[in-house]
Design a binder for this molecule. Structure first.
Ligand code: TPP
Ligand code: MG
Length: 363
């Protein structure tokens, strides 16, 4: 059986509703976000940028082991969380702390893993946010499983599964898309194409016409969106969530964006990309363009901006305070929550650690 692939094709150009100058080029579209939604997204962008700056500073101060910043990608982060309903699930990667904060996870708890502490640091069920995945694309089959299970139970849950451009080369990406398409799982695969996988540029990652085209072979419709345009992201991701909730199956959305900072603090981005390239992307910043649009539309003034800045500062201050509080992790907790009932091997390992620690005290 052959199926007409035309309806699976992404649009020729990434969807854009507000351009880099802050002009609403898609104002006439029916899916242009409502003003309160845009203002809410803007407030979250301001918090997200401040969070990124503060986490970056904590690494430099030695209070955080590592931070993969989403500076420049905040519009993707905010929109991915904002289009979800309370009962939906978010499956984030190591770079998606801002999406998690927007979803409501306590900011410091999104950094627990990056502090080198135990397990994920937050209760995944509380906000329906899966543990951040560091092994690339491994979260995608899990996300599909959750979506499929919800559908079997007749629940209206939609799953937002995040990954990067590099992760689309992984086998898990292909397997997740295939299963989701065959079983019409209510999942949105959201690829933040920030142009690099550490030092590997997109041209060395994939020869596909676009990453959104990768859905075609699986029967998953693809779409491309300007990843620095929060209005377009809310429209496209919101549409994909609504479609999945209505039983329309999965969709693959590729956002074109840019990782403004190095991969992590352990990376020297100057070795593989030019500052001119970075500068060009900074002019497409997601926050300044949204602010320009909102001010022009009479939705944002200095007083409202001060309110948003104050909230961002409050989040940063709380982050600093919690990062400074010295938490001595209890080594015994390493063995908790691995299995519901500890296996004999785990009990044995826990006893070994206890024994080891008691000897250290004697020395
Ligand atoms: C399975 C696997 N292989 C390799 C790595 C090492 N690694 C960590 S991040 C990364 C690059 C990922 O790039 P991308 O998917 O584009 O996400 P980004 O970091 O740009 O957000 C690699 C190769 C890993 N974490 N997991
Ligand atoms: Mg990338």
């Amino acid at each position: 059986m052959t199926r007409d692939p035309d309806h699976l094709l992404p649009s020729a150009e990434p969807v854009q509703l507000i351009d880099a100058r802050g002009i609403a080029v898609g104002a006439g579209r029916a899916d242009f976000p409502a003003s309160p939604d845009l203002l809410r997204a803007y407030a979250a962008l301001v918090v997200g940028r401040r969070f990124n700056e503060q986490a970056h500073a904590l690494v430099r101060q030695g209070r955080l082991a590592v931070y993969p910043s989403s500076h420049g990608q905040e519009a993707c982060q905010v929109a991915a969380a904002q289009v979800l309903a309370e009962g939906d699930w978010l499956f984030p990667t190591y770079r998606d702390a801002v999406a998690m904060v927007t979803r409501g996870v306590e900011p410091m708890e999104t950094l627990t893993l990056l502090r080198g502490d135990w397990h994920s640091g937050y209760d995944p069920y509380r906000h329906r946010v899966a543990p951040q995945a560091t092994p690339l694309a491994t979260q995608l089959p899990h996300a599909v499983g959750v979506a499929h299970a919800a559908r079997l139970r007749g629940e209206p849950t939609v799953v937002m599964a995040l990954c990067g451009d590099g992760a689309t080369s992984e086998g898990d990406f292909a397997e997740a898309l295939n299963f989701a398409a065959v079983f019409a799982a209510p999942v949105v695969f959201f690829v933040q194409n920030n142009q690099y996988a550490i030092s590997v540029p997109l041209a060395r990652q994939s020869a596909a016409p676009s990453l959104a085209h990768k859905g075609i072979g699986f029967g998953v419709p693809g779409e491309r969106v300007d990843g620095n345009d929060v209005a377009a992201l809310l429209a496209v991701l919101g549409g994909a969530v609504a479609r999945a909730r209505a039983g329309g199956g999965p969709q693959l959305i590729e956002a074109h964006t840019y990782r403004v900072q190095a991969h992590t603090n352990a990376d020297d981005a100057g070795r593989y990309r030019s500052s001119a390239e970075v500068e060009a992307w900074v002019t497409r910043d997601p926050i300044t363009r949204t602010a320009t649009y909102l001010r022009g539309a009479g939705l944002l003034d200095d007083d409202v901006q001060i309110g948003f800045d104050t909230e961002a500062e409050r989040v940063a201050t709380a982050l600093r305070a919690r990062a400074s509080a010295v938490a001595e992790p209890d080594p015994a907790r390493l063995f908790a929550h691995v299995f519901a009932a500890p296996t004999p091997q785990l009990r044995e390992q826990a006893a070994l650690v206890r024994d080891e620690l008691s000897r250290e005290v004697e020395v």
